[in-house]
Ligand binder design. Sequence first.
Ligand code: AMP
Length: 121
Amino acid sequence: MNYDDNNIFAKILNGKIPCNKIYEDNFVLSFYDINPQKKIHALVIPKGKYIDLDDFSLNASPEEMVGLIKGINKVAKKLNVSTDLGRGYRVLSNISDHGGQEVPHLHFHLFGGEKIGRMVE
Ligand code: AMP
């Protein structure tokens, strides 16, 4: 499967459609999910064109990998849910068909602001 340049997160990254931005640096963009499932529901996406975590693991540079992991922590801090500032959070990434992925650009959901509950249905 090739990366689809017309996916919704690609359009957010290139400014064609707006987002409710939380954080941005050279490696990641973070914005609020349009259909929040918890009190806090953010998305963290790499700026590079990666379909999912498998694609990222195989093809991203070490700098991009560090940037993404650190980016998640920066977003958690900004939202006051990191372990030093708040009470924690959950990070989740859906991968392909069985994972339930809808948007084919790698993204991490960040849930917080309340107890998140059961890990899976
Ligand atoms: P997934 O099922 O893991 O691919 O999740 C895709 C997520 O993207 C869902 O939680 C959607 O609510 C969210 N989403 C779709 N379009 C937008 C958008 N334009 N802005 C913010 N979040 C979006």
